[in-house]
Design a protein around this ligand. Structure first.
Ligand SMILES: [Cu+2]
Length: 241
């Protein structure tokens, strides 16, 4: 069929939004390589669409369906992290971009004009409004939320690049732990035996006091795919608290 790139990009504008989001997230760091595979598949789909038309649209549809389904376990916790605008807005764009790609691809497969069609246009306007509204709410929540700061005597545990800064946390009962997430996506600090389950949205900090009987406990992050984020929490003796 053959089409100019500008025409391809024009009628599949949402794919371009998704690709730009990819690039942003990859540069922000800490994102799994799987995303790159999706990025390449998207570009492949765009190219196939340029040279062959409909088969490319089918490929874009399949890739965007798999993309949205595969990302739901990661996106859902992030969408609950309203108090972390960077994470929240990026994931919202991800989700909307994914859905938008599905809408546009379906339209292309049916032989219509992709994003240029009336349905996708309405969808785009609607979701843009939703993103802007939710982004404003998220920023408001962030501004009004108190961030924890590290106090003298606190034991610090930093989450960065989907790793905890240490795998051994020897504490006395009553010790405060200062938790900081330096990634732009969510982690948790979870100690099941002690009923501790702290959400750490992207770029957030928390401070918690741990009171427990002496013993060995396991702390970990419960986000899917973060199985390596775990360590030993040893409570050495019962403190004055
Ligand atoms: Cu994690």
């Amino acid at each position: 069929m053959g089409m100019s790139w500008s025409k391809v990009l024009q009628i599949s504008a949402i794919e371009v939004v998704v690709l730009i989001t990819f690039v942003m997230v990859v540069f922000a760091g800490g994102i799994e390589r799987v995303l790159l595979v999706f990025g390449i598949a998207f570009i492949g789909g765009l190219y196939l669409f340029k040279v062959r038309g409909r088969p490319g649209a089918m490929m874009l549809l399949v890739v965007s369906l798999v993309f949205v389904l595969a990302n739901i376990p990661f996106i859902v916790p992030s969408l609950l992290a309203l108090n972390s605008p960077v994470e929240f807005i990026l994931n919202l764009l991800f989700l909307m971009g994914g859905f938008g790609t599905i809408v546009a691809s379906v339209n292309l497969v049916r032989g219509n004009e992709g994003v240029a069609g009336e349905g996708p246009k309405r969808w785009l306007r609607g979701s843009a409004t939703v993103v802007v509204l939710l982004a404003m709410i998220s920023i408001f929540v962030k501004i009004t939320e108190e961030q924890a700061t590290q106090q003298p005597g606190d034991l610090a545990l930093i989450a960065q690049y989907t790793e905890f800064s240490t795998q051994f946390l020897p504490i006395n009962s009553g010790t405060f732990i200062y938790l900081e997430n330096k990634d732009l996506f969510s982690h948790t600090f979870t100690v099941e035996e002690l009923n501790i389950d702290i959400d750490l949205p992207g770029f957030s900090s928390r401070r918690i006091q741990i009171r427990a009987q002496p013993g060995a406990y396991e702390f970990r992050c419960t986000i899917p795919g973060h199985d390596t984020m775990k360590g030993d929490l040893s409570v050495l003796e019962t403190g004055a608290g």
